[in-house]
Design a protein around this ligand. Structure first.
Ligand code: MN
Length: 420
């Protein structure tokens, strides 16, 4: 749903130039996700600098929050010029990604909190896109048919309901506590519209990068309603929607790389230790409450990430009950190019995908059953394309990053004059 948006996470070589000198050398070269060229804004309200509002946050976390922090001219905003702080755990090896706010368009835009892709991290396993939104009342969702390639979308709601149609013939209503996974394969089109009865939207929208060996495969759509099962500690429960959480539950959803996805409902004051796969990277996204992940405090909307090599994750819950999304997967070692709704492997491939979409290639198929925006809306939507984005820049790949590795962090801290 929330993916036909402004913030593509695509990187351009201009971001590297803009970044020169703006960061301590240890992190300068990581590039910044350029969310500044919305190729398909949803309506005329878009195309302004307000999209990358996350870049305008200030404070000690600015270096983290500033992912996507480019103004339309490609210059890094001032706040991003701050040195990394030493406040984040170093030895704890928890990388805390704070979200940036991304309005999704329209006069009553639904604003999402985006933590992946992030300047400091591209993946948790093959999870490559994490949007968290709501609870928001009175905001509808109407995402007209738009394409995808090379990925799976995973929709998980806490409240509300969304009607889905895709060119693979799937028609489904996405409901809270039920996972809906769409595999684009070689190409797909889908639409998403909140149901008339939906008063509040609240959930997450996630993408999984497909590996090269299967990314040109068939379209697919899977649905699963996991049972809510107690955690072994008795201090909470879990809905495992993808993969297996050891000793808790598993999901029949088919994945193309080893993955884990689960909603955890945790009691106030609980200490919960989860047995996890040592070969996985993991992320904890906080929906409600506050939790401490292996010693690192996570606020609402934060994504706390740990690299592989952990056999357990320990969550300490604050004074209120907490709800979190646990993500995991084996490190995704391939480089991808993510632009708008496409995932490919090169700039030229993305250019070709865009061309194919604009010329109504059969690659994507047709959605039947979408009854959302008017024809006029759709025409305006298409006319708003920003053609420059693929003329003026070359997209560079996202690759797996080890997070705030000790080497990188040490270099950054040294460059900032902080003893480490
Ligand atoms: Mn989509």
């Amino acid at each position: 749903m929330l993916d036909d948006t402004q913030d593509t996470g695509a990187r351009t070589n201009t971001t590297h130039h803009a970044g020169a000198g703006a960061y301590p050398s240890g992190i300068q070269g990581d590039g910044v996700h350029d969310n500044t060229h919305p190729p398909y804004p949803r309506d005329g309200a878009l195309g302004t600098t307000t999209r990358d509002a996350g870049a305008r946050t200030s404070g000690a976390d600015a270096d983290v929050r500033a992912a996507g922090g480019l103004d339309p001219a490609g210059a890094i905003v001032a706040q991003a010029n701050e040195a990394p702080t030493a406040e984040r755990p170093v030895e704890g090896v928890v990388q805390v990604l704070s979200p940036r706010q991304v309005p999704l368009g329209g006069l009553r835009a639904l604003e999402v909190r985006r933590t992946l892709p992030h300047r400091d991290r591209s993946f948790v396993g093959a999870w490559c896109f994490v949007d968290h939104y709501g609870p928001e009342r009175g905001v509808g969702m109407d995402v007209p048919p738009h394409p995808h390639t090379g990925l799976q979308t995973v929709s998980w709601l806490f409240e509300g309901a969304i009607e889905h149609h895709d060119s693979g013939g799937a028609h489904a209503v996405v409901r809270p506590g039920e996972v809906n996974l769409m595999t684009s394969g070689h190409g797909i089109v889908h639409s998403e519209v909140s149901t008339p009865g939906t008063e509040t939207l609240h959930g997450v929208q996630l993408w999984v990068a497909l590996p090269d060996v299967t990314r040109d495969g068939d379209r697919a759509f899977e649905h699963h309603a996991p049972e809510c099962v107690p955690l072994p500690s008795g201090q909470g429960s879990a809905l495992v929607f993808i993969g297996e959480l050891r000793g808790v539950a598993g999901s029949p959803i088919v994945t193309h790389t080893p993955l884990l996805g689960a909603e955890l409902r945790l009691d106030a004051g609980a200490r919960v230790t989860l047995d996890v796969d040592e070969g996985f990277e993991h992320g904890i996204l906080v929906d409600t409450g506050t939790v401490t992940l292996d010693g690192a405090r996570l606020e609402r909307g934060d994504l706390g990430c740990v690299d592989e090599g952990r056999a357990t994750l320990t969550l300490d819950v604050g004074d209120e009950p907490a709800r979190v999304i646990l993500l995991g997967g084996t490190p995704f070692e391939e480089e991808i190019v993510m632009w708008w709704n496409f995932i490919g492997r090169s700039h030229d491939e993305i250019v070709a995908l865009r061309e194919q979409w604009e010329t109504h290639s059969e690659r994507f198929g047709e959605v039947v059953g979408y009854e959302g925006k008017t024809v006029g809306d759709l025409v305006a939507h298409l006319l708003d394309q920003d053609v420059r984005v693929l003329v003026d820049v070359r997209l560079t790949p996202l690759s797996r990053k080890p997070g705030l590795s000790k080497t990188k962090l040490a270099a950054a801290l040294r460059a900032a004059g902080i003893e480490y």
